[in-house]
Design a protein around this ligand. Structure first.
Ligand code: AMP
Length: 215
């Protein structure tokens, strides 16, 4: 399956994209994760992206498009992929379309995640994750079962994303809102767009995603 998870920061699209990828056995491709890894490894791409990411701005289309083209050309993506955080602009969507057309392929679904802005801000400014295994938490919405101990791996080493501060989050939501409408219109015209109410538990939202496919 070739699927795009699209939504504002904090809408839970990453969590859902991972679950969806596991269910349908397709690789999960998060452009944010790819860029954070590049920063950690100190690559040229990472160095270029860091200041833009810290400021909550998008990295240039030409750079991200090259990264995604390279990744989806790899053998594990031949039977499908789950994109999380890409495309974010109309230009990126057009490039993906060109790439897929060149391989006589097309997207199966674009899931648009909808969450009220106040809830997005509360989710993102609170969220933190286990440094060791990546499990995600929130102090009130999804706390660890035992204080300061990761439920999944037992580590006590937690981290917050550098771009999850209140100011940056507001900027990232504004960037999303500036780009979303043309992209959604484009995918609606292609007839692949499904709107998902993303307020609720992880299981509730996942069931809505699956139901929208069954429809
Ligand atoms: P995310 O983890 O999806 O919230 O992405 C974190 C940051 O990575 C974004 O705020 C952007 O700076 C950058 N980024 C991720 N995906 C893209 C994309 N498709 N286009 C441009 N920048 C991106």
């Amino acid at each position: 399956m070739k699927v795009v998870f699209f939504g504002p920061p904090g809408s839970g699209k990453g969590t859902q994209a991972i679950k969806f990828a596991q269910r349908f056995r397709n690789p999960h491709l998060s452009t944010g994760d790819i860029l954070r890894k590049a920063i950690e490894e100190g690559t040229e791409t990472g160095l270029k992206a860091k200041s833009l990411m810290d400021a909550g701005q998008l990295i240039p289309d030409s750079d991200i498009v090259a990264i995604v083209r390279d990744r989806i050309s790899q053998s594990d993506c031949q039977s499908g992929f789950i994109l999380d955080g890409f495309p974010r602009t109309l230009e990126q969507a057009h490039d993906l379309e060109r790439f897929l057309k060149g391989h006589s392929e097309e997207l199966d679904y674009v899931f648009e995640f909808k969450v009220p802005t106040e809830l997005l801000i509360e989710r993102i400014t609170g969220r933190f994750s286990c440094k060791k295994c990546g499990a995600a938490y929130h102090p009130t919405m999804n706390p660890t079962k035992v204080a300061d101990v990761c439920d999944r791996c037992g580590s006590s080493d937690f981290m917050k994303r550098e771009d999850d501060t209140l100011d940056t989050v507001k900027g990232r939501i504004a960037v999303y809102e500036g780009q979303a409408q043309p992209l959604l219109s484009y995918y609606s015209r292609l007839g692949v767009c499904a709107s998902i109410d993303a307020v609720g538990s992880v299981e509730e939202v996942f069931n809505r995603v699956i139901k929208s496919i069954e429809k």
